[in-house]
Design a protein around this ligand. Sequence first.
Ligand SMILES: *Cc1c(COP(=O)(O)O)cnc(C)c1O
Length: 363
Amino acid sequence: MSIESFANQHVLELVAYQPGKPIEETARELGLDPHDIVKLASNENPLGPSPKAVEAVARAAAGVNIYPDGAAFRLRSAIAEFCGVEFDQTVVGTGSSEVIELMCHALLNPQAEVVAARHAFSMYPVMSQLFGSTYVEVPNKPDWTHDLNGFLDAVTDRTRIIFITNPTNPVGTVVTQQEIDEFMDKVPEHVLVCFDEAYREFSDNPPDTLKFVREGRNVIVLRTFSKAYGLAGLRVGYGVAPEHVTGMLHKARAPFNLHVLAQEAALAALADAEHVRRTVENNAAGMRFYEDAFREMGLEWIPSQGNFILVKVGQGRKVFDDMLARGVIVRAQDGYGLPEWIRISIGTPAENARCLEVLREVL
Ligand SMILES: *Cc1c(COP(=O)(O)O)cnc(C)c1O
């Protein structure tokens, strides 16, 4: 009898998360120097980490013989101050992905349902399936934004989590404060509403969702150090929620989930507002560059408030492969139900120029 025969069927059936293709792997396959590869596939910070975070990691390295502070006291205190909430209203994770996993641990089972937008972050369905739950997708409105009334219509007695991604990935659109307020007036109390704000820093006038935390509603706001803060490789994210929610998540997490270097780097990065400002500025310029180019090339794109842009290229998988063969890694979108599109993360001016040159070649 094989051990797999005892495994949970929903785990065996799971299609694992497909990350962006790594630089090293691509360089090996193409026989190129890793420095000649341009990776614009995972919405990472093209300017690198904050220099202050790098210094903090170097300083902390000599202390890694000691277990980290399991309560992440200093980091969570800084996050609480940054967000204007209480210490007990915070939880940190190895990326906000871990916080999503903790929410699933606490709330999901094979009877539960999860509601999210069609073409949303693929960790949501992966996690829902890992816990055997039903994943319900709500089609976007014609302008590619979340249809929050459609979300409400999709709620049943079994719904446990709703994901509102703002700005949403891979599409890049946003929902407004008014839409969110109207939604929160109507959403039933048995559902945890998750505002995933991984790209908040890049958007204009991001809505206030922390007010729902202060009001004690069933909400959690997720943020990450992986994107604007440039720490994707260290894996740090956080959730802000009322204490009755964070309490469940703290029970579900491993005692030392965030390692020493991650805690120190995140603390330094949070204090380096200047690095975030430069990152957002570079992003805005890169976005204009791509939009101008796509307009000139007659390509359709979706206006994005994130650090990435979806562009319609026909056979997305083929364009991805052809660009990859020339050393530029973008993201094919067939796995997201968008086979005619590719997603390009905004890079440095030089990376953007190279990406566009290669895109023109392969089209
Ligand atoms: C990148 C991303 C995250 C954050 O991932 P981490 O685990 O924090 O690296 C969360 N949500 C969305 C929609 C994302 O695109």
